[in-house]
Design a protein around this ligand. Structure first.
Ligand code: HEC
Ligand code: HEC
Ligand code: HEC
Ligand code: HEC
Ligand code: HEC
Ligand code: HEC
Ligand code: HEC
Ligand code: HEC
Ligand code: HEC
Ligand code: HEC
Length: 444
């Protein structure tokens, strides 16, 4: 592999459009009892063995009548080639080569994400995973055996692999998600539990408990229902603007919160302007002693100096610290965008799951807390609230459906290396091998 393929890449996450799902989903999974699936799997192997044996004379050309062999109908995606056998069977009937497939597809290299640098010792043929002539099947809805053939003993099938062995999505057989052991060091004080007490209560007009959705809002433009970043303006201000009140001596009359902005200088200007305005409106105010003082300030200038200075210190040293870790004088530690995992040097955040896919959309019917079991009780930001693997097991792993298969949660091909596909499809349309409507449907 080329050198540049070895470093981690920004890779294309799976898009959860209808096609993306349908491809991998055996749509009968909800109805079929598990036992049928087991039987069917066994049956497939038996049939396969019979088929292989039966094809020996055919491949060798013994018996002379190839046409007598009944091949099953093509997969849904390839049904358009029912009358164009030669697009795949490029050589006289025999095994279908990878080259035949790559006329139209890249089938780009594995692993999908190139987090690590291990390379498989042997290439698996396309048709070993994407089996044809099985009727209206989904080519990409693969059985886990296609993956565990290498992954159950990865060292034996690769050089330089860094991933653990995986033999099934079951306890002990698939490694725990790495995310739950990674630190969450965001320097923001957020106490989930304080906002979600078990008993409803109202504090200074603020109604608790809050709901998850009050702070974690679904992004309607995201095909996977990603959550919007949490922001002060959208999610905290309505209750906590009092934490930005700076008027320590309460000389301004009504409460004035400072704006929540990155620009400490702007905040200082606003504070100064507020007191200047007050002084202009009510010059006599300087004759009133401040706080617990017995005497008033000697001059308007010293009054102004003091109220502005003390208010700034109060705000920056005390009040910002209600939520932030501060280094004094308006120096708030960067918290970065509240989305994904906090990594100090990455303002945009990092994905919680580095290797597996996940979409909240696929699970929108499931209660937040059946996966995020600790969120309501969490009192510290450093507690990691993304779920452990065990919260997936009630549906994935032993359901006896396609929900258990590796391909449900993992990509195989590295789409970043898939370059030629559009051009090839255009050519095929140009040659009249496929009609333009297909390409439309095939876009992802
Ligand atoms: C999208 C590609 C594709 C198309 C189109 C296609 N086939 Fe196949 N066919 C395959 C694959 C893959 C195999 C399995 C071969 C293997 O394992 O090497 C296969 C196997 C077969 C076999 C079993 C014998 C063998 O060669 O192993 C027959 C017979 C067959 N195809 C006939 C046809 C006929 C007839 C058509 C046209 C109606 C057709 N195929 C169209 C992909 C295709
Ligand atoms: C003549 C062009 C052509 C050849 C040859 C071809 N395919 Fe396809 N294939 C297509 C088109 C067109 C689609 C449907 C549109 C799309 O998904 O891009 C498709 C879809 C697929 C899909 C997606 C399946 C799904 O359910 O959506 C897989 C996987 C696939 N092909 C694998 C193969 C393999 C493996 C071979 C070789 C045995 C092969 N193809 C040969 C044109 C081809
Ligand atoms: C070890 C099994 C395996 C092998 C070998 C394999 N694939 Fe796939 N393929 C998958 C899985 C799993 C998916 C679905 C997940 C994904 O898209 O990465 C897939 C998806 C695809 C798709 C659909 C992708 C899309 O964007 O719609 C195409 C086309 C495809 N494979 C072509 C190929 C070709 C061509 C080869 C041979 C060069 C090949 N595959 C070899 C497992 C395999
Ligand atoms: C021919 C052997 C082979 C097969 C078959 C295979 N893999 Fe892999 N896989 C590898 C190797 C080698 C690596 C790289 C490991 C490393 O660098 O530590 C890897 C890495 C991975 C990774 C983690 C690395 C990452 O960056 O995402 C996942 C997840 C994965 N494979 C899933 C699958 C799935 C799903 C299938 C079946 C569709 C599959 N593999 C089939 C050899 C294989
Ligand atoms: C229900 C979803 C799901 C299923 C099913 C699943 N995985 Fe995973 N897998 C994940 C997630 C999520 C991660 C990554 C966690 C992270 O990044 O911390 C992962 C991680 C991995 C890794 C990387 C392990 C490491 O050492 O870092 C490999 C390899 C892997 N899976 C292979 C497989 C194989 C092979 C199968 C099928 C037997 C499979 N997975 C089934 C969700 C799944
Ligand atoms: C008052 C607003 C608020 C409410 C209500 C809230 N969250 Fe959060 N949540 C946050 C903020 C801010 C962060 C980022 C700070 C952090 O990492 O803890 C966060 C982080 C998270 C994270 C990921 C980061 C991590 O620390 O693991 C998860 C998962 C999460 N919340 C789930 C929930 C769930 C589930 C609920 C409902 C039971 C909920 N939250 C209710 C504000 C809220
Ligand atoms: C619906 C009103 C409401 C919203 C919106 C809200 N909070 Fe609170 N918050 C409260 C109340 C009430 C308390 C006091 C709880 C108590 O003392 O039991 C509190 C307490 C806190 C505390 C102190 C917790 C502790 O350890 O005692 C912090 C820090 C905090 N909130 C941060 C935030 C952040 C950050 C946001 C926005 C992501 C936010 N809050 C949104 C009502 C709210
Ligand atoms: C009620 C809680 C709360 C209080 C009080 C608060 N902030 Fe924040 N602050 C947040 C949250 C939540 C974020 C992250 C989301 C955002 O940017 O809106 C944030 C972000 C910031 C950022 C951006 C940091 C970065 O990483 O880019 C700065 C700067 C900041 N606050 C300054 C202040 C200052 C100065 C004060 C005091 C005047 C203050 N904040 C008071 C909740 C608070
Ligand atoms: C089926 C399990 C499941 C359910 C149900 C679920 N989540 Fe998650 N959630 C996850 C996983 C896995 C991750 C880590 C992967 C990711 O970031 O997408 C996550 C990540 C998060 C994060 C962190 C996202 C970020 O950008 O840092 C928040 C916040 C969150 N979930 C809130 C919620 C809320 C709110 C609900 C209910 C509406 C919910 N989740 C329902 C499994 C679930
Ligand atoms: C309550 C049942 C349930 C739980 C718990 C659950 N899932 Fe799922 N998951 C499903 C169903 C059902 C689907 C198929 C979605 C559909 O049919 O649209 C699915 C689909 C998925 C997909 C494919 C979605 C896509 O966009 O392609 C991934 C990945 C996945 N789940 C990962 C996980 C992980 C990781 C966990 C644990 C943190 C988990 N699931 C927990 C029921 C569940």
């Amino acid at each position: 592999m080329a050198k540049e393929e070895n470093k981690p890449l920004e890779y294309q996450r799976r898009l959860r459009d209808t096609k993306g799902v349908a491809q991998r989903l055996d749509l009968g999974y909800l109805k079929r009892p598990a036992i049928l699936k087991v039987l069917r799997d066994r049956l497939i192997w038996v049939l396969l063995a019979v088929a292989v044996l039966a094809s020996v004379p055919l491949v060798l050309g013994i018996g002379g009548s190839r046409r007598a062999v009944e091949n099953g109908p093509l997969s849904e995606a390839h049904a358009i080639f029912e009358k164009r056998c030669e697009v795949c069977h490029t050589t006289s009937f025999g095994s279908v080569t990878d080259k035949a497939c790559s006329q139209c597809h890249d089938g780009a290299a594995h692993p999908a994400k190139l987090v690590d640098t291990g390379h498989a010792n042997a290439q698996v043929r396309c048709v070993q995973c994407h089996v044809e002539h099985r009727g209206k099947t989904r080519l990409a809805a693969l059985n886990s055996a296609n993956c565990t053939s290498c992954h159950r003993d990865i060292a034996a099938h690769s050089t330089g692999a860094h991933v653990k062995n995986v033999s099934a999505f079951e306890p002990e057989k698939h490694p725990e998600f790495r995310a739950i052991t990674l630190p969450d060091a965001r320097p923001l004080k957020l106490n989930h539990a304080a906002h979600m007490p078990a008993e409803p209560k109202t504090l200074r007009g603020m109604k608790l408990p809050m709901n998850c959705g009050d702070c974690h809002v679904t992004d309607k433009n995201s095909p996977t229902n990603q959550l919007m970043p949490v922001t002060f303006e959208q999610n905290c201000k309505s209750c906590h603007s009092r934490e930005l009140e700076f008027d320590i001596y309460q000389v301004l009359g009504k409460s004035v919160p400072a704006p929540h902005t990155k620009d400490a200088k702007a905040i200082r200007e606003i504070i100064a302007a507020a007191y200047q305005k007050k002084l202009a409106e009510d010059p006599g105010i300087v004759r009133r002693p401040l706080g617990n003082d017995l005497n008033a300030e000697p001059s308007a200038a010293s009054w102004l100096n003091r109220v502005v200075g003390e208010s700034e210190r109060y705000l920056f040293n005390r009040k910002c610290g209600y939520c932030h870790q501060t280094g004094g004088e308006g120096l708030v530690q960067k918290v970065n965008r509240i989305q994904g995992r906090y990594v100090e040097a990455k303002p945009e955040g990092a994905p919680w799951l580095e290797r597996g896919e996940f979409s909240h959309r696929a699970h929108r019917a499931v209660e937040c807390e059946s996966c995020h079991t600790q969120a309501r009780k969490s009192t510290k930001t450093e507690e990691v609230l993304v779920p452990a693997m065990k919260s997936c097991f009630q549906c994935h792993g032993e359901s006896g459906t396609s929900l258990d298969e590796c391909a449900m949660c993992h990509l195989y091909h590295n789409r970043n290396l898939e370059k030629e596909r559009d051009r090839r499809l255009r050519e095929l349309i140009g040659r009249g091998v496929i009609d333009p409507g297909v390409r439309q449907g095939g876009q992802r």
